[in-house]
Design a protein around this ligand. Structure first.
Ligand SMILES: C[S@@+](CC[C@H](N)C(=O)[O-])C[C@H]1O[C@@H](n2cnc3c(N)ncnc32)[C@H](O)[C@@H]1O
Length: 277
């Protein structure tokens, strides 16, 4: 389960404020694997409601999708019922650090915005991240491709306008994201070769709702980004009061645009690509 977000509750509305951005980067990266794209068997590790699988399933041979949260898996099963009945996808509840698959099963593995949910403190050297990378490498075939969708610390600082309202939560989130600079050496430890980073600079993971200046006042909107779950009650109250005050003064849209300015340069997410040796 996520170490801080209640995904059983969030699964009910997750898709209203989340989009599977950057799938073109995943497809482009998979296209460089040894197996032709349309013959690839792919793992979606931490699939959530299956939004990334829903796109990828039209490009690859078959997907195995796993997530720790049964609520998220239920939504994914509903969404992908057709693909499931055609044998194009199988979905199951599983942790990503102990996967129910044989060694060298997959031609490609994608893991989208999952790693920061691992209860893995910086001071202990992120042992769970290491374990997960080992596990993902184990199930990849030689020359199979791994795509990790994550965020740089700079993206967390500047990529989400409303984090200005919940700065303590933003800092707590930053400490949950492993620095992208450490990925190449961690990959190397697991027998993976680092290939590079790609930023879909214009992509906004919440889609249009991201630009709703009143969004922070709405619980359903906040559920689209688990960072809100890292804010204490009093920090949340303070954030809501600030939005209401800015709105009363007629300054809310201007505030949102000011806080959003750097996102256009740094983007919100980064795809890190590697291949099994
Ligand atoms: C932010 S959501 C991302 C979902 C999906 N990959 C997407 O991008 O739409 C994070 C997901 O990771 C799952 N998760 C967190 N820790 C996990 C673990 N140890 N094993 C499997 N799934 C996990 C959560 O249940 C949640 O569905």
């Amino acid at each position: 389960m996520s170490s801080y977000e209640n995904y059983t509750e969030t699964s009910k509305n997750y898709d209203k404020t989340r989009e599977s951005v950057g799938t073109e980067i995943i497809i482009g990266s998979f296209a460089k694997a040894a197996t032709p794209l349309d013959q690839m068997v792919v793992l979606d590790a931490g699939c959530g409601t299956g939004s990334y699988s829903e796109v990828l399933v039209n490009h690859v041979k078959r997907i195995e999708a796993v997530d720790l949260n049964p609520g998220m898996i239920e939504v994914a099963k509903h969404k992908l019922a057709n693909a499931q009945s055609q044998g194009k996808i199988a979905l199951q509840t599983s942790a990503i650090d102990t996967l129910p698959f044989e060694d060298q099963t997959f031609d490609g593995v994608m893991i989208n915005q999952v790693l920061h949910h691992l209860p893995d403190p910086l001071e202990e050297g992120y042992p769970l991240h290491r374990k997960v990378f080992q596990e993902l490498a184990r199930v990849l075939k030689p020359q199979g491709v791994l795509v990790v969708n994550s965020c740089s610390h700079e993206q967390i600082r500047y990529g989400y306008w409303y984090y200005d309202l919940i700065q303590e939560a933003m800092e707590a989130l930053q400490s949950r994201y492993l620095s992208l600079d450490t990925f190449p050496s961690l990959f190397e430890e697991c027998g993976l070769t680092y290939h590079g980073r790609f930023v879909p600079v214009d992509a906004v993971i919440q889609g249009k709702p991201y630009f709703d200046p009143h969004g922070p006042l709405n619980q359903e909107w906040r559920n689209g980004d688990s960072t809100w779950a890292l804010a204490t009650e009093s920090q949340l109250e303070r954030a809501i009061s600030k939005v209401q005050a800015l709105d009363d003064q007629g300054d809310l849209v201007q505030y949102m645009n000011r806080c959003d300015a750097r996102r256009k340069e740094v983007g919100q997410i980064t795809f890190v690509v590697a291949a099994r040796k």
